[in-house]
Ligand binder design. Sequence first.
Ligand SMILES: Cc1cc2nc3c(=O)[nH]c(=O)nc-3n(C[C@H](O)[C@H](O)[C@H](O)COP(=O)(O)OP(=O)(O)OC[C@H]3O[C@@H](n4cnc5c(N)ncnc54)[C@H](O)[C@@H]3O)c2cc1C
Ligand SMILES: *[C@@H]1O[C@H](CO)[C@@H](O)[C@H](O)[C@H]1NC(C)=O
Ligand SMILES: *[C@@H]1O[C@H](CO)[C@@H](O)[C@H](O)[C@H]1NC(C)=O
Length: 508
Amino acid sequence: MMIFIIAPFRVLAAALTLCLLLPPAVVVLATPTSSTLQACSEIAALLPPKQVYHPQQDLIQYNQERQSYWSTALRSVRPACIVVPQSAEHVSAAVRVLGRFPGVDFAVRSGGHDPNVGHATVDDGVLIAMTDMAGARYDAASGLAYVKPGGEWNDVIGDLAPSGVTVVGGRLGLVGVGGYLLQGGISFLSAQYGLAADSIVGWETVVANGSIINIDAAQHPDIAVAMRGSGSQFGIVTEFKVRPHPIGKVWGGVRVYSAAMDDDLYAALHGFVSAGAADPKAAVIHSTIIAPAGVEVHFIFYFYDGPEPPSEGPFAEYLKIPALLDATWTRTYADLLKSNGESARLLNARVSFRTYTIPFIPSNPSIYTAIRDKYTELASPLRASAQFSVDFQPLPSIVGASSDAAGGNAMGLRGSDPDRLILEFQGSWTTSLDDAKGYAVSRAMTEWLDEMVPVWLAEERYLPLFMNDAAGDQNVTGSYRDYARFSELQRGMDPRGMFARRLGGFKY
Ligand SMILES: Cc1cc2nc3c(=O)[nH]c(=O)nc-3n(C[C@H](O)[C@H](O)[C@H](O)COP(=O)(O)OP(=O)(O)OC[C@H]3O[C@@H](n4cnc5c(N)ncnc54)[C@H](O)[C@@H]3O)c2cc1C
Ligand SMILES: *[C@@H]1O[C@H](CO)[C@@H](O)[C@H](O)[C@H]1NC(C)=O
Ligand SMILES: *[C@@H]1O[C@H](CO)[C@@H](O)[C@H](O)[C@H]1NC(C)=O
């Protein structure tokens, strides 16, 4: 029997906090500098009417754009104006104007799901919002998909579905596209085809001097590798050219478990990772949630690229464990992604993300419990008002094999690397009064892991951080093995520091 549940990925807070009232938004009226206002009006003059929103003249559209960030902490940021381009030429025009105003900061937003303040937001600056550049098209002649950065994965997957193909993308349909693809992208299809960015073969990009260039993976392999996981630092991408993959009926959805199942669930996780994606069609997101009042539940998102899951093997071990709620069944990929995401859309909270990459240690099946226990302890002072969750995301070495085959990505994943897990520590709360304490919980968690990982495993491992799940203060690019080479490339393409100093996002 299938049961629809309203309970989000990574967080149960939507359900648990809907009854709490959000405090009224504090409107801080920043006064933009005259050069910012001048840049806004020069951009407006070059674009068709109604594509630059001002807080006074276009309040409805301006506020609609501001309210479209996922984390409520970002919705109070006030750009001086919001540019809503409809083409690469419009973005190019905006970048050329901004090139003449070196004191004006700016930001680019695609879906607005990155919860880090200052990444896709800017106060007293120019926000370029990709709202009107969304969706995808399949070109049968070339066999490639053309994907726009705006909108959400539901748009992309839905547009490609009639052609029987999909691209490696989000696991929850509501997530944004541009940031996801530029910061790497873990997908249900990653064990088969690599990170989402590995399937990209071309980037239509507005570079620092305002030119629109087509970065082609075959012609510019060095830049292509950097583009697969460097975020916003090489340019503003207006279209991705992506190698699609066939997709038919899939099996999956979410199951919810009580804390009583902990031991069985973590044993199943350990077994699944130790199989090293022996069955690359199978994928899980194993999320342990520490809800207000210290109640613990597990949300597991299952995926199988086929109409039925296997009845034997490590994936099947998970499926034998009795669940409180079961919303897994056979359906289209588009339906699965849509239903996986709808409840996360309701999350009306301030969110923090923080990541850590741990080695898979076959001889130590108890680290998941140790991580859960430490997180519960650190979260306990905020037990009444916040919710925390940790996602255990297997990163089998087979993902790196696809990355290698595609020419490589910025994260430096290789097929010869051992299995790893990407952890995502999420916190959510409703009032800014909890911000400092809330962020501190996951920071303390990764500091603890800095100490524990060498204790768990004496030998050195390459453990790059995953940008899409990271906190703004984590040195993600510095964890990449080719950091020095990418930094040099970045400076070569952006000699005046237009993106390095003035645009939000992770830096080199
Ligand atoms: C509910 C939820 C589920 C998630 N699930 C997954 C998952 O399954 N796998 C995964 O890998 N990640 C996942 N994430 C993380 C997600 O990939 C990141 O939040 C990602 O940044 C979202 O993309 P976006 O377009 O919304 O980014 P935005 O918030 O719009 O931007 C993020 C960063 O990218 C830059 N950027 C955005 N667009 C462009 C562009 N066109 N050109 C240049 N720079 C740009 C921005 O400046 C900013 O620095 C999830 C997040 C949420 C909230
Ligand atoms: C990030 O890490 C790199 C490589 O270790 C280092 O050179 C750089 O200074 C670090 N950046 C910051 C801001 O700490
Ligand atoms: C703009 O920058 C790109 C990428 O660095 C470069 O290829 C191009 O020649 C530059 N154009 C001009 C007009 O300087």
